[in-house]
Design a protein around this ligand. Sequence first.
Ligand code: GLU
Length: 306
Amino acid sequence: MTGTDPHLRYRGRFAPSPTGRLHFGSLVAALGSWLLARHHDGEWLVRVEDLDPPREVPGAADAQLATLAAFGMTSDLPVVWQSRRHDRYAQALDQLLSDGLAFECRCSRTDLAAAGGIHRACIARDPARPPAFRLRVADGSRVGFADGLQGKVEQAVDRDVGDVVLRRADGFWAYQLAVVVDDAEQGITDVVRGADLLDSTPRQILLQRALGLPTPRYLHLPLIVDAEGQKLSKSMAALPIDGDAPLPALRAAWAALGQPASALADAPSVPLALAAARRHFQPGSLQKAPHATFAAAHNKPVAGAV
Ligand code: GLU
């Protein structure tokens, strides 16, 4: 396993799941990853993570792409749809199985409840259950990495996560496998996303190592929380942002990234606002802590986020 080659051109991505319209938290993640890619003179790709039909909303992926476009952010390469890539995930699973690094597992949630939901050994009571597939996580698998914003992160993946699901018992591919396969295949050098995925990163790094894939650099942006400290996407404020009147939400997302509001205050259009944002963006001003803000969902300037 090797890290990102420092000579490779920066390539970032935004990878929404089409479970609804984009909300303010996703806009901040999209803008943050876009700004960092542009700041490094790099490319920015969009990948639709449509691997979980039970959670998806028909038409949501197209609506998300249209909203991103209204905010001036379009993929530099054709958009990748995970639902069209099942054979790639199957190949990765086959590789892990033939290397003895993955196994079939018939444990149910109820079976695992006594072990705190953490899988370390199969304790299935129903041998006829359709199997999931898991990555075998060796005892003592402690994984650390230096996050571009959050600093040093370390996790005992064996103890805190257990053997990682790669394909669910219902036959759907797990996000963890797909994201690792796709980030590598798309040549992503820099993953910039919300801090809700910080604790998924060590298991993704283990999976990269098991598959012999490079590990990109990671930077986890603070989660946008509402006035009550709730993750925005889980709160009432998770209303879709309005692509018909994007400027106020764009300004609020810029401010939520710790950037000076004055830089975009006079920009009369999205292209001019993004051009100003590129000129004024200071990665050093990105904030580590959750940034309390609210209601850009309504495309109103955000109190306290100026
Ligand atoms: N699809 C994931 C989400 O919408 C994000 C995956 C990622 O950025 O790694 O939460």
